[in-house]
Design a protein around this ligand. Structure first.
Ligand SMILES: [Zn+2]
Ligand SMILES: [Zn+2]
Length: 250
């Protein structure tokens, strides 16, 4: 009997020690305990995700989860590719090889329309579901993608000089394997969601200057402004961000 009581007391002490440790950990991490809204959990390629003030912070190594000719041949996801790519062009591989990145996207939890719309920068302008960044419709300052599209791989992405893999156009792996042509594909830095080229079973039409419109979507039953990726220039985003962008560090 006495032995049992001792056991119970010991268990109680052990349990309270554990709970103390838990609270010490969460207060020392410096991050908020606000839960991440479920919609962002669709970004399955994120390596970490948490809420910080009015932003959701999404971390990614930027590595595609699909086969590509741009991985080193030693990588299990390396797959040779030749023939026709985006726009019916003959594929012409660029000299770059994919390498892991350290991307931190900080995007508004409650996106709002900007009073003056800022241009999208070169480099990452958003994050797709697999953690690969979206890039805009330019190869360089005011240079169209004309000469770059030939280097888009089997899933229409390619790496730039530092090995950062990205999508300027429809991420074919997401629209044909992981999700669908009408599904949520990611978010731009202003927090507004990005959808595929179809809606209600047809190619989307009537997009505004920023390449989006406001309507109900499967994920937002109350309606939201959202971008659509189409197969004609400007592909993902038009004349800048619809909303006020957050930040990306790399
Ligand atoms: Zn590019
Ligand atoms: Zn739509």
């Amino acid at each position: 009997m006495k032995k049992n009581l001792f056991k119970i007391v010991a268990l109680f002490i052990a349990a309270s020690t554990l709970s103390c440790k838990k609270s010490a950990d969460s207060s020392s991490s410096g991050t908020s305990t606000t839960p991440v809204p479920d919609i962002y959990k669709k970004i399955y390629g994120a390596t970490d995700m948490y809420v910080e003030g009015n932003y959701v912070v999404i971390k990614s190594n930027g590595l595609p989860d699909h086969k590509t000719v741009y991985y080193p041949t030693s990588n299990a996801l390396y797959e040779n590719f030749s023939g026709t790519t985006f726009g019916g062009n003959t594929f012409n591989k660029n000299p770059n090889t994919i390498s892991a990145q350290t991307l931190t996207f900080k995007i508004p939890l409650n996106p709002t329309v900007a009073s003056s719309h800022s241009a999208t920068p070169l480099g990452p302008i958003g994050v797709s579901l697999n953690g690969v960044p979206f890039f805009n419709q330019y190869a360089g300052p005011n240079q169209p993608l004309t000469n770059e599209v030939v280097s888009f791989d089997q899933y229409w992405g390619h790496p730039q000089q530092t090995g950062q893999y990205h999508y300027h156009v429809e991420p074919l792996y997401l629209t044909t394997v992981k999700a669908s042509k009408s599904a949520l594909l990611g978010f731009l830095l202003d927090g507004f969601p990005v959808y595929g080229p179809e809606e209600n079973g047809a190619a989307v039409t009537g997009l505004d200057a920023y390449h989006g419109h406001t309507s109900v979507t499967a994920d937002y039953p109350n309606g939201i402004y959202h971008y659509h990726i189409t197969n004609t220039d400007p592909y993902i985003n038009g004349s800048g961000f619809y909303g006020t962008p957050g930040t990306v560090t790399q």
